[in-house]
Design a protein around this ligand. Structure first.
Ligand code: FAD
Length: 397
């Protein structure tokens, strides 16, 4: 069992920090707290992704930018993670006729913070968990799904897949359990908590482009973009020489396509150059493999309750992906919190680190959410102005 509040002293080494959610932000955050000497318990609802043969849902690859890299640097992970990624030096625009034009991220000689490295979500998560495990004061608990918790006592209830229930207490609870956070539910019951959530009419679908003769089917060091009025496709390279293509389109358009023939008609019309590369059979099959996924934008404030709990990552601010900064902003949350811990000598009592984190972080995270939504709305509003749409797309990716 884990220590209770009574047993703890003011020294961080005996304080228990529970990080709920072992996604990208949770795993990284756990390292930040472990590095400071706290007793860290990480709780993840799913089984250990490193041992899972089939991972349900998203395979997403992500663009790691300057702000995300800085966070990784703090816990000595930057080089190791960047070496698992593929640098993207420019964007490659595919016209409807298949014509290619490359557009660099920044002007010559200019420092460009948008220059990005493409990472695959799963290997990075695996790596971050393995890195977390190297701390002796860290315990990883998989198959622990948070059901409820108390802001008064810090007592959490977890459900296990065998039907058992476990109760665990911590001094600080860090909610990193994603866009549909169970930790955040307690916040919603409280007075003076601001919350908004918006689903956009677009969904997304991932398709895989396999290697050709063991090599990438397209130029790898680019973010490939097919801009097409109300919808678009992008493709990012993976280390296994495949590309993940992500089709963004209004749900009503996704739903119009119901047969393999209709998929082919659609691709012939809008993305003809991708058909031989993805393969007609794979296209007809994979389009129906998983339904298009929804995208939600969540904003809330404050990010903390008393001296007990704090939200970070998508749990605090899910953003639509048209600014490519969701994970990067979550990583930055960890750095900002860590800086405050330094500044206020790890004083987690009611009026110090937690409210300061809310005060500093909410405006920045809201700005990122707004920018991402603004890009999305503008892109939709100007679908008839091709030039404008094109500029907007370049701003977003
Ligand atoms: P998550 O990754 O969602 O992790 C949450 C974890 O908590 C999961 O492991 C989940 O199993 C666990 N959990 C949930 N509920 C419970 C519970 N009750 N108890 C215990 N555990 C629980 N960001 C970028 O920076 N760059 C990009 O290029 C980019 N592209 C994107 C493209 C798409 C299509 C999408 C949808 C998102 C993109 N993002 C991008 C955003 C990025 O994916 C997220 O911001 C990031 O994954 C958030 O990490 P997280 O750890 O906060 O949440």
């Amino acid at each position: 069992s884990i220590s209770t509040m009574e047993e703890t002293t003011s020294r961080s080494s005996s304080k228990v920090v529970a990080v709920v959610g072992g996604g990208l932000v949770g795993a990284l955050n756990a390292c930040f707290f472990a590095k400071r000497g706290f007793q860290v318990e990480l709780f993840e609802a799913r089984e250990d992704i490193r041992r899972a043969r089939h991972v349900k849902g998203r395979s997403i690859n992500l663009a790691l930018s300057h702000r995300g890299r800085q966070a990784l640097q703090h816990v000595g992970m930057e080089e190791k993670i960047v070496s698992q990624g593929i640098p993207m030096n420019a964007r490659m625009i595919h016209s409807p006729s298949g014509k290619l034009s490359s557009i660099p991220y920044g002007k010559k000689g200019q420092v460009d913070f948008r220059k990005e490295t493409c990472l695959m979500c799963r290997p990075v998560r695996c790596f971050a968990l393995t890195e977390a495990e190297t701390y002796p004061n860290m315990q990883l608990n998989f198959d622990h799904k948070l059901q409820d918790w108390s802001a008064e006592t810090g007592l959490m209830t977890f459900a296990r897949s065998d039907g058992s229930v476990q109760e665990i207490q911590a001094d600080l609870i860090v909610g990193c359990d994603g866009a549909f956070s169970a930790i955040r539910k307690q916040f919603l019951r409280r007075s003076r908590f601001n919350y908004s959530q918006t689903y956009i009419p677009h969904g997304y679908m991932e398709l895989t482009m396999p290697p050709v003769h063991g090599e990438f089917a397209m130029e790898p060091n680019y973010l490939h973009i097919w801009p097409r009025n109300t919808f678009m496709m992008i493709a990012l390279p993976n280390l296994d020489k495949t590309f993940t293509c992500t089709l963004f389109m209004p749900f009503e358009e996704f739903e119009k396509i119901t047969t393999g023939e209709e998929v082919m008609e659609f691709f012939h019309r809008y993305f003809p150059d991708t058909i031989p590369l993805i393969g007609a059979d794979a296209l007809k099959r994979d389009y129906f493999r998983l339904p298009a996924q929804a995208m939600v934008s969540v904003k809330c404030s404050p990010y903390h309750i008393g001296d007990k709990c704090v939200l970070m990552g998508d749990a605090a601010h899910a953003v639509v992906p048209f600014y490519g900064q969701g994970m990067n902003a979550g990583f930055e949350d960890c750095v900002v919190f860590d800086e405050m811990m330094e500044q206020f000598k790890e004083d987690l009592s009611k009026c110090v680190v937690l409210p300061e984190y809310t005060r500093v972080r909410v405006p920045d995270d809201h700005a990122i959410a707004d920018l991402a939504m603004y890009n999305y709305v503008e892109m939709r509003a100007h679908v008839n102005s091709r030039w404008f749409l094109f500029r907007k797309l370049l701003d977003s990716f």
